[in-house]
Write a protein that binds this ligand. Structure first.
Ligand code: NG6
Ligand code: CA
Length: 502
């Protein structure tokens, strides 16, 4: 009898590793979104760039699935991020365009969001990097006390962010509810209305600048760079632009290390390659393309650090890693960083027309690569039509949650490699001109907005009449077929109207 019991115990013990191995393989995948800023479709060698090399980003493509028809929902940052996290098109809600640095939080705290949904699915969730979705209640944030609502109120367990953008004050990091390294004796004040305090500004003291501005960006000088908006105080807390990629990457790696045994969701929103482009000295001059190219190399290094961390912790296999951008490319976005003159034939938007801010493809068609070794075939390419609005519903499907998201559809099949996906998506340009893509066709609604952004030298895609392009035959949107194909115009404008009224 005793013998039998002992052998039974031994037998069960022998099974244990198998059971736990199975438990691990059945564990929900970790999810990481590396959300880059202003990176164009043509900015990575995986998408055909030849003047710059992005070996780490390309590693994701070699080990996973590269999309050729993936879109951000907007041609600027705030609305793209809003819809990514809420599953709702930003143009449905007023006040979701490019947010000033002192805006109140624009995400809803009483509705489910991507991070709060994943939290309920058992994930540890974090945001590291650029926020730009407003902070604090009505009237905006008080930078010197607990700042809420913010990321923690929409489902992130941990947050380490820059409040708005690299070129907007306040130039400080915020961890959970607090500004990092803030000395209470030197409180922060911020204004977007007019000058406060007596610190030098780019406009009054250009001789103090290490990089001049080309448009806008003439207010308070922080770390030798003048910004949008004025700030005083918080001297000890101010960031050093050159260290920013290291700081954010360090936090992202830390979070992954701490949570390696649980399913985790990391929204890693890099500052690169947004302006001001002030990379660390180890990247300066390395691309031969000036600050913009050097920032791409720094971004590629960041990606490498994340990949190496997953390898080192042996969790790469069950980690769904997505690399994409919040909007298309811009070259001169307001600083004299020689990005234009040093381009050297590089085409940030690839063959696409327009760029950041634009209703043309260059505004919203972005690089997107995904890797999930356990489930997705390596080295594959997909031309499925995909919009970032669908991450929310797709992750819900992946983790077994039911959600009510107005515009987000479950496109999990496309994320796993199916070449067909839902048949229409909607994008917005900087002045909220909407366009809809369905099948091969793209319709841009009539808009009286300016045709060009002269400062950034971008075609905005506005026209007072309707525009219709056949994207299969005319990827560069040269031939407006609206006069010749009135039936398509009717179908697409009606479809867009239907979506607007949804
Ligand atoms: C614009 C800024 C630009 C950039 C953009 C937001 C000027 C002249 N231009 O208003 O530099 O900050 O806003 O970019 O100030 S985004 O990627 O965050 O949407
Ligand atoms: Ca952006």
């Amino acid at each position: 009898m005793l013998k039998r019991i002992i052998s039974l115990i031994l037998f069960s013990l022998a099974l244990l590793p198998m059971i736990s191995a199975q438990a691990v393989s059945q564990q929900k995948p970790n999810i990481i979104i590396i959300y880059t800023d202003d990176l164009g479709f043509g900015d990575i060698s995986a998408n055909g760039a030849t003047k710059i090399s992005t070996p780490n980003i390309d590693r994701i493509a070699k080990g996973g699935l590269r999309f050729t028809n993936a879109y951000a929902t907007a041609a600027t940052c705030t609305p793209s991020r809003f819809s990514l996290l809420t599953g709702k098109y930003a143009w449905r809600k007023a006040g979701t365009n490019i947010a000033p640095g002192d805006a109140a939080m624009i995400l809803p705290t009483n509705e489910e969001t991507m991070p709060s949904m994943l939290q309920k699915a058992g994930y540890q969730t974090a945001v590291v990097g650029k926020w730009h979705l407003g902070l604090g209640g009505e009237g905006g944030p008080d930078w010197n006390s607990d700042i809420k609502p913010g990321p923690l109120e929409v489902g992130f367990n941990y947050s380490f962010i820059m409040p708005a953008t690299g070129d907007r004050v306040p130039c400080v990091y915020m961890e959970n509810y607090r500004i990092v390294d803030l000395d209470p004796a030197d409180p922060i004040t911020v204004s977007y209305k007019g000058k406060i305090g007596n610190e030098p500004s780019g406009k009054e003291n250009p001789e103090l600048l290490k990089m001049k501005y080309s448009h806008g960006h003439d207010a308070t000088i922080i770390n030798g760079v003048s910004r949008i908006g004025w700030m005083t105080g918080g001297k000890k807390a101010r960031w050093i632009d050159e260290d920013m990629a290291d700081v954010f990457t360090g936090r992202a790696v830390n979070f992954i290390e701490k949570n390696k045994q649980k399913p985790f969701f990391l929204f890693f929103a890099t500052h690169d390659i947004h302006v001001p482009r002030v990379p660390h000295s180890r990247f300066v001059g390395k691309s031969g393309m000036g600050a913009r190219g050097d920032a791409i190399l720094q971004l590629d290094w960041t990606v490498g650090e994340v990949l190496n961390t997953l390898d080192r912790l042996k969790i790469a296999d069950n980690t769904l890693l997505i690399f994409t951008s919040d909007n298309g490319a811009v070259v001169d976005d307001g600083y004299e960083d020689r990005a234009v003159e040093l381009l050297n034939g590089h085409t940030p938007s690839g063959i696409l027309r327009g760029g950041k801010y634009s209703a043309f493809e260059g505004g919203t068609k972005v690089p997107m690569i995904l890797r999930w070794p356990a489930k997705v075939k390596a080295g594959t390419v997909s031309d499925a039509l995909f919009s970032q609005i669908d991450f929310f519903a797709s992750f819900a499907a992946l983790t077994g949650r039911k959600i009510k998201a107005q515009d987000s559809f479950n496109s999990l099949n496309a994320l796993l490699g199916a070449n067909k996906n839902r048949d229409f998506i909607v994008q917005q340009s900087v002045n909220s001109t909407l366009s809809i893509i369905q099948g091969n066709w793209k319709y841009i609604e009539p808009n009286d907005g300016p045709k060009r952004n002269e400062m950034t030298n971008t075609e905005l895609g506005n026209d007072s009449g309707p525009q219709l392009y056949n994207l299969k035959e005319d990827k560069t949107e040269q031939n407006n077929l609206s006069k010749r194909n009135t039936l398509q115009i009717k179908l697409l404008s009606e479809k867009l109207k239907e979506v607007k009224e949804m």
